[in-house]
Design a protein around this ligand. Structure first.
Ligand SMILES: [Cu+2]
Length: 127
């Protein structure tokens, strides 16, 4: 059933997020209901995660729904950033184990790069 699989996906994503962000920052609490009323999507915005390890974003491409929050974590011992190629978002400096979250409120394809390592690329597809 569609609802069941959505809930399962949300649970899996949440579990995965908690697994590698033990101190999940409360600084940026999820905006209560960012999804538009016209959407048939579940009321609660989902969470997705991108890990930065070995000088690469994983997964390199992630697809989320409008209103979803993506949390990036730096698992490398060197600092990285998550900087949109169009400058629409920028994590700033992220030291080891730092996390940074961003809510993608508009559909689109967002390419980003690490400001320190120009060969590190990632993409967030928001549908
Ligand atoms: Cu980097």
């Amino acid at each position: 059933m569609r609802v069941e699989s959505s809930l399962l996906l949300a649970a899996v994503l949440t579990a995965g997020l908690l697994a590698f962000t033990p101190a999940l920052t409360r600084a940026q609490a999820p905006s209560a209901s960012a999804s538009p009323a016209s959407s048939a999507a579940p009321a609660a915005a989902k969470a997705a995660a991108v890990n930065t390890k070995d000088f690469a974003f994983a997964p390199a491409t992630i697809t989320v729904a409008v209103g979803d929050k993506v949390t990036f974590k730096n698992s490398d011992s060197v600092a990285h950033t998550v900087t949109a190629d169009d400058k629409s978002f920028d994590s700033g400096n992220m030291d080891q184990n730092a996390t940074w979250s961003y809510v993608f409120a508009k559909a689109g394809t967002y390419k980003y790069t690490c400001a320190y390592h120009s060969y590190m690329h990632g993409t967030v597809v928001v549908k």
